[in-house]
Design a protein around this ligand. Structure first.
Ligand SMILES: [Zn+2]
Length: 298
């Protein structure tokens, strides 16, 4: 258990944002910035999405006690956030910031890059087939899972849709991760954004595999989908596997927490099922600390 967690009603609680980013403009390609602009109403995307220095990140993370941060690397999209950039930031704020590595499995030396990132102090791995153009069952990806498992790194997947024009949806379905879970049952895996729009697939998958989790990041601004995901997770009995995440800079932990607390406003005055208070409290305060207990103390 982490040393600075708070004991409340006999349970350890710790607010952790498990999904957030830092990057500078020069780490992103013009094609990616253009795609981002298209998703945000056309034209150029707002500066706060394109230039995300550690100072801006740290300010946004005042709403939580710990956060997981990573960049993004994709040879095909021209995304090149250095792992050293993330590692330096995390090391400077090691009481609050946990850095994850990102490697592109298509790069020949990706396993070596992962070893280097671990040596720099990074404690998890971000993978994103739809941004990195690899199939989760591909042999070049398998060597990365083996290396992550050997290092005891949790893997956080962007496994769901996204806004980039050419990112292949056929590699993005969360069900593709079942084979990874069966082959590496000890590997902690977190499916970002509840695998949207395939949240039902994500929910049945995490129900079957005890080391699989999902984060709720970047979903609350589609309130009907957000509400339905949480109700479905309750019906399948997997709410303890849902983790707080913001996907900063796309949204913030403060806004995400507020949206969770107010999720039932949408159905006020109806007979529709409610998202329970213990579901909301677990996501905000408990589940991420339990899921990441192995690496938080490191
Ligand atoms: Zn993200």
């Amino acid at each position: 258990m982490p040393d600075n967690c708070i004991r409340r009603k006999g349970t350890f609680t710790l607010r952790i944002d498990v999904h957030s980013h830092v990057w500078l403009r020069e780490h992103l390609s013009s094609a990616f910035i253009r795609d981002m602009g298209r998703a945000y109403g056309g034209g150029l995307p707002p500066e706060r999405l394109v230039h995300v220095p550690p100072e801006a990140h740290l300010r946004a993370m005042e709403a939580v006690e710990r956060c997981v941060v990573f960049g993004l690397r994709s040879r095909r999209l021209g995304l090149a956030v250095p792992n050293s950039f993330v590692a330096e930031y995390a090391a400077a704020h090691s009481d609050r910031v946990v850095g994850f590595a990102c490697v592109d499995p298509n790069e020949e030396d990706a396993p070596g890059q992962l070893d280097e990132a671990v040596a720099m102090g990074l404690r998890g791995l971000k993978l994103a087939p739809i941004y990195q153009y690899f199939h989760p069952h591909a042999p070049e990806a398998g060597r990365i899972y083996r290396r992550a498992a050997a290092h005891g790194l949790p893997v956080l997947w962007h496994q769901g849709t996204t806004f980039t024009e050419t990112g292949p949806l056929e590699v993005a379905n969360p069900l593709l991760l079942e084979r990874v879970a069966l082959e590496f049952p000890e590997l902690t895996q977190i499916i970002a954004h509840l695998g949207h729009p395939w949240h039902a697939e994500t929910i049945v998958l995490i129900r079957k595999h005890p080391r699989l989790f999902a984060d709720i990041s970047a979903l609350h601004y589609r309130p009907w989908q957000f509400y339905n995901m949480l109700v479905l997770a309750q019906e399948y009995g997997v709410v303890d596997r849902l983790l707080l995440g913001s996907d900063f800079p796309f949204t913030t932990p403060a806004d995400t927490i507020a949206a969770l607390v107010h999720v039932n406003d949408l159905i006020e005055g109806t007979a529709l099922p409610r998202v329970r208070p213990d579901t909301v409290a677990g996501i905000i305060e408990r589940n991420a600390a339990a899921a990441l207990a192995d690496i938080l103390g490191r």
